[in-house]
Design a protein around this ligand. Structure first.
Ligand code: F6R
Length: 585
């Protein structure tokens, strides 16, 4: 949440480059934005604005150093004065920040008594003033930043800019900060995807390290306050992977990329999945955790491991897992699912599990992310950057990985691969078809959409409802079809759209009965199945691919959500109030 981008280099257009960088980070938050530059004539240029960056262009500032921030508000409303960068009394110290300073009220109170004047309602502003206060007593800027960072509580990532010295100080203990450089320029950003236009060689800051960057050099002070080494990693994707290209938006691009992502998984992951499945085999008690879409992938995993590998693996919401860790032992295995690898609720759960000495396995899309670094075992989805706020390709990639892991445990890997190949074929056909677009046009004025499934299709129903509601703002609810008679049927009236997942598996007959029960109450039934049925008012065919059917079935809902949003004139990439990477509690 919140995007940070800092630039120093040969260009005299740092303002334009920073705005471009922030635009590419807007998926992290887009309530408001701001930029602080040092112009080449020595003056400071500060710009703040409410809303998305859109096509904003800064005036010709002739500047080679500066930074900016795109905000997802936590403390203080969405106003110009609350947008970052914030500065001290003298306008000598500028700060951009991602996180929450939990003890800001107390520090602000003390600083106010010492004569500091605050402009905004944010927690961030106190950081600039606290550094200013510390510099009154000691001259070292790095020590002032470090002491300030140690004094604030909470999970924070920040960059401090001293324009007079043309220096950046970056430090974090939660959200990511990534550094990259080429021969002409240096970038510090919240996400490597903003750095890829400049270089593929990046360094992911560790918690509590201080990175000092100037035009001439960069220096790392490690957690022990000693000089550290910057160890670069090579990113596995390219510049075009973070651009929308010829697609209308990132959501459609990422939905369309799924066949390639799934092919890459079956072509490259065999060895790693084989080894990793042995870790699961040896564990005594395994738990899948994740948030939102990643949680629905976790529940799907629970069904897949039970059905295919005959293993009991519980699935828990990341934010709840911390309350369930009392029973963990050093033999337990926690499998954390997270596209970003930065979701605070998942990471906090993992940290609690660590205290119990449980082993951690990460299934993530982001190399170098916090989850990636703190885990004992890793599976990289390699789905390429997911820029749309909604998770699409990362979900189906997780399903493919969990499905293949279950088959590895069952000794039937090739059978799993064959079913994923069929799922890829179904996915390609659905993406090309116009049927879902036409259905969306008919459903766009609905107030509610219900989604129903049993067995592996139950988490599919949950994920489908999430996809529909978060992008189209139509209330959608997924439920296990067996639960229908236990309450939900009260909501069905004439014309209520109900999506029914009815694959040809052991759930087929029971789900069909549920469809009839709803039809009898006037529901408009949209059947997603291999076989048509008289109970369906609309039939979307998805051919059999055993449990891998989760993949094309969810693609139907991704497309439906997408077309609903587009038909209602909404931006599918940036649904209101949502940010991609939830790094604050
Ligand atoms: C929904 C969505 C969210 C994320 C959730 C976890 O479309 O994107 O529900 O799935 O915030 O994010 P990660 O996977 O990055 O941990």
């Amino acid at each position: 949440m919140c995007g940070i981008f800092a630039y120093t280099g040969e260009s005299r257009e740092s303002g334009r480059l920073i705005v471009n960088g922030l635009r590419s980070l807007e998926y992290r938050g887009y309530d408001s934005w701001g930029v602080a530059l040092k112009k080449n004539n020595g003056q400071i240029y500060l710009k703040k604005a409410v809303g998305k960056i859109g096509q904003a262009i800064l005036p010709d500032t002739n500047s080679s150093i500066g930074f900016g921030h795109t905000r997802w508000a936590t403390h203080g409303g969405v106003t110009e004065k609350n947008s970052h960068p914030h500065h001290d009394c003298q306008k000598k110290i500028f700060v951009v920040h991602n996180g929450i300073v939990e003890n800001f009220a107390h520090i602000k109170n003390v600083l106010s008594k010492s004569g500091h004047h605050f402009i905004s309602d944010t927690d961030t502003e106190i950081i600039a003033h606290l550094i200013e206060q510390k510099l009154k007593k000691q001259k070292s800027r790095s020590q002032a930043v470090l002491k300030t960072f140690n004094q604030i509580t909470g999970m924070n990532a920040l960059i401090v800019f001293f324009p007079d010295y043309e220096e950046f100080y970056a430090i974090k203990n939660g959200s990511p900060i990534v550094f990259g450089k080429n021969k002409k320029e240096k970038i510090i950003a919240s996400d490597a995807s903003a750095i890829i236009p400049y270089t593929k060689k990046v360094y992911f800051l560790e918690d509590n390290e201080l990175l000092i960057v100037t035009g001439k050099e960069e220096k790392l002070i490690d957690k022990q306050n000693k000089n550290g080494t910057i160890r670069y990693l090579n990113l596995s994707y390219d510049k075009q992977d973070v651009e929308v290209g010829s697609y209308p938006n990132f959501m459609f691009k990422e939905i369309s990329e799924q066949p390639k992502v799934l092919r890459d998984i079956i072509n490259t992951q065999r060895g790693n999945l084989g080894k990793t499945s042995q870790i699961i085999r040896k564990a005594r008690g395994s738990y899948l955790i994740g948030c939102g879409t990643a949680y629905y992938a976790a529940i799907s995993g629970s069904y897949l491991f039970a059905k295919i590998a005959k293993r009991h693996i519980d699935a828990t919401i990341g934010s709840e897992f911390g309350y369930l860790t009392d029973f963990l032992t050093e033999k337990s295995l926690v499998i954390a699912l997270s596209q970003s690898g930065e979701t605070i609720d998942t990471i906090s759960g993992i940290k609690k599990a660590r205290e119990k000495k449980a082993k951690i396995m990460a299934i993530t899309n982001v190399l170098g992310s916090t989850l990636y670094r703190i885990s004992d075992y890793r599976i990289l989805l390699q789905a390429g950057p997911e820029k749309c706020v909604l998770a699409t390709k990362s979900f189906t990639a997780k399903i493919a990985v969990l499905y293949l892991l279950s088959h590895c445990l069952n000794g039937s890997y090739d059978q799993g691969v064959n079913q994923i190949k069929k799922a890829i074929g179904e996915t390609e056909r659905l993406i090309k078809s116009t049927q879902i677009k036409e259905l969306a046009n008919r459903l766009k004025n609905s107030q509610h959409i219900y989604v129903l499934g049993r067995g592996v299709s139950y988490p599919t129903a949950l994920e489908s409802a999430l996809k529909i509601k978060e992008v189209s703002y139509i209330h959608a609810e997924g439920f296990a079809s067996g639960e229908l008679k236990h309450g939900v049927i009260a909501l069905i009236k004439k014309g209520t759209p109900v999506i029914v997942y009815n694959p040809t598996d052991e759930t087929y007959k029971d789900t069909l009965s549920s469809a009839y029960e709803m039809k009898a109450r006037g529901a408009y039934i949209i059947g997603i199945a291999e076989k048509n049925s008289p109970v369906f008012d609309e039939f979307i065919q998805v051919n059999d691919c055993q449990e891998a059917v989760i993949i094309p079935n969810v693609v139907v809902a991704q497309l439906l959500g997408y077309y609903l949003a587009v038909s209602k004139g909404y931006d599918p990439d940036k649904p209101r109030n949502l940010a991609k990477s939830v790094t604050v509690k």
